[in-house]
Design a protein around this ligand. Sequence first.
Ligand SMILES: Nc1nc2c(ncn2[C@@H]2O[C@H](COP(=O)(O)OP(=O)(O)OP(=O)(O)O)[C@@H](O)[C@H]2O)c(=O)[nH]1
Ligand SMILES: [Mg+2]
Length: 575
Amino acid sequence: MAAEGRTLNFNVGVLGHVDSGKTALARALSTTASTAAFDKNPQSRERGVTLDLGFSSFAAPAPQHLRAGGCHELQVTLVDCPGHASLIRTIIGGAQIIDLMMLVIDVTKGMQTQSAECLVIGEIACQKMVVVLNKIDLLAEGKRQAAIEKMTKKMQKTLENTKFRGSPIISVAAKPGGPEAPETCATEGISELIELLKSQTYLPTRDPSGPFLMAVDHCFSIKGQGTVMTGTILSGSVSLNDNVEIPALKVTRKVKTMQMFHKPVCSAMQGDRLGLCVTQFDPKLLERGLVCTPESLSTIHAAIISLKKIPYFRGSLHTKAKFHITVGHETVMGKVTFFGPSADNSDEEPQENCFDFGKEYLYQEEYLCSDSKSSEDQENKQGAERQLPKQQWALLEFEKPVTCPKRCLVIGSKLDTDIHANTCRLAFHGLLMEGLMDKNYAETFLPKLKMYKLKHKEGQVERGNDDYSVIGRALFKKETNIQIFVGLKVKLSTGEDGVIEGSFGQSGKFKIRLPNGLHPSTKQLLLPSSKKKSKTGKGESTAREDERKVDSEPVLISLCFKRYVFDPQKKMIQS
Ligand SMILES: Nc1nc2c(ncn2[C@@H]2O[C@H](COP(=O)(O)OP(=O)(O)OP(=O)(O)O)[C@@H](O)[C@H]2O)c(=O)[nH]1
Ligand SMILES: [Mg+2]
């Protein structure tokens, strides 16, 4: 192997709006490539392992810039992404394996809803992109060049605000004449695209450490040998005789043989496309799925993620709302609870790698973002109090358990949105910080999550009782058990600090003890006669107004406390 150099498997995702010609393009690429002159090795033409629908590949001698890195053969695996709902899963599933994304645009239509969604996914999951303007044969002959240039400019502008600014844009006709045209009809621009793809390849960082995880896209059995799973290694590495687990079937099997590029190998690692032959199991039970180091995946019922809203998502993100949540390779419905740093930690720098259970967190009714405000407004000093936290989290509670790797990518979307509604269905993306494996997490785990709500109640002083106590009202409902509030501190709008001493008579009234007594001025305010005294005025209108103000403005009582959302005792806490 060493003498002939390495073969690099480079994974290219083919994404785009429905009918933009992704499948046609993948087909044109693999056909053109395999019949092209550079494919001298007859062995590399034939397909050793049957590739599942959506996967195709072509081989080529490695371009010069890869040779320097010790790689002599290049295999490009095209991951042709199918329709909408499954698209999101496929991409997230392959997020770690797609080294480059081809965004296919129907040149007669330009950016469409799903093209935009693909761009969003690309921004989350991919590093590099090539835009392919397809169907140029549909442009009127005489105006073709001008139309291509116009669309190219438009696309450049679209990419301007993304991390793909300046990505190459190329125009092709993958299937000139459309579905009715004979298969032999000559394609346009495909060889140029292959050259472009080759020039865009790079030596991806592949990490053999950590648990082995492979996304299986095809599974079949070979008589007398075992069951073969083909797929792409998402993380870690695997060697002959390793035990691997198929979590969906809850079985463990031994690796008997392995093949890469039709050749037997003893080990393989992240990014490789592999055929893995293990001791027999019924291949029908696993069409697509995962195979991994035993017990390296966990099945979780809920999760804590760190997340960001996808700016193109027009809806708001409300606590208690339900989303389709893609966790690793599975998509389930889940309920979301948003939270952010506590008031004292709001300035803290984001922690991407861990979630600190020692800290306190502030419950949020919704994800906080600057959407509705202009960015100018945000910079404005006046907007300082609305300053956004640097990091926000969510608790996800799944309708059914999901099996996923640690730290996997999480995407929340509204897949039930009408696909013709022309809106981005992807709502947020994040990283799994903590998976909750216990089915009874609500009792066993959530109480450890110190997420609190700040509560503020306001009432009024009805009258003074004596120099050291007043009677309050309107702070509680009639039926509230005031007993549980006894001992809590309150503050009067006139400045005095007090403590709730107990209920007073019926109808929710209560007594407040003021350890430092009432201010003389407050006493004056609360005098029952103060209302009547006001008729003695000397005609000064301002004085009268003042008095009227006094009459109409009662002394307010404010009660502030915090309560941990998951505290089973619902204790009220004051600092
Ligand atoms: N005229 C013309 N038609 C094309 C071209 N490429 C694809 N088509 C046609 O466009 C239609 C859609 O092509 P597909 O390759 O199935 O598109 P897709 O993007 O894979 O579609 P989905 O997988 O359903 O999202 C088919 O009828 C193709 O024949 C092209 O270059 N020119
Ligand atoms: Mg297709």
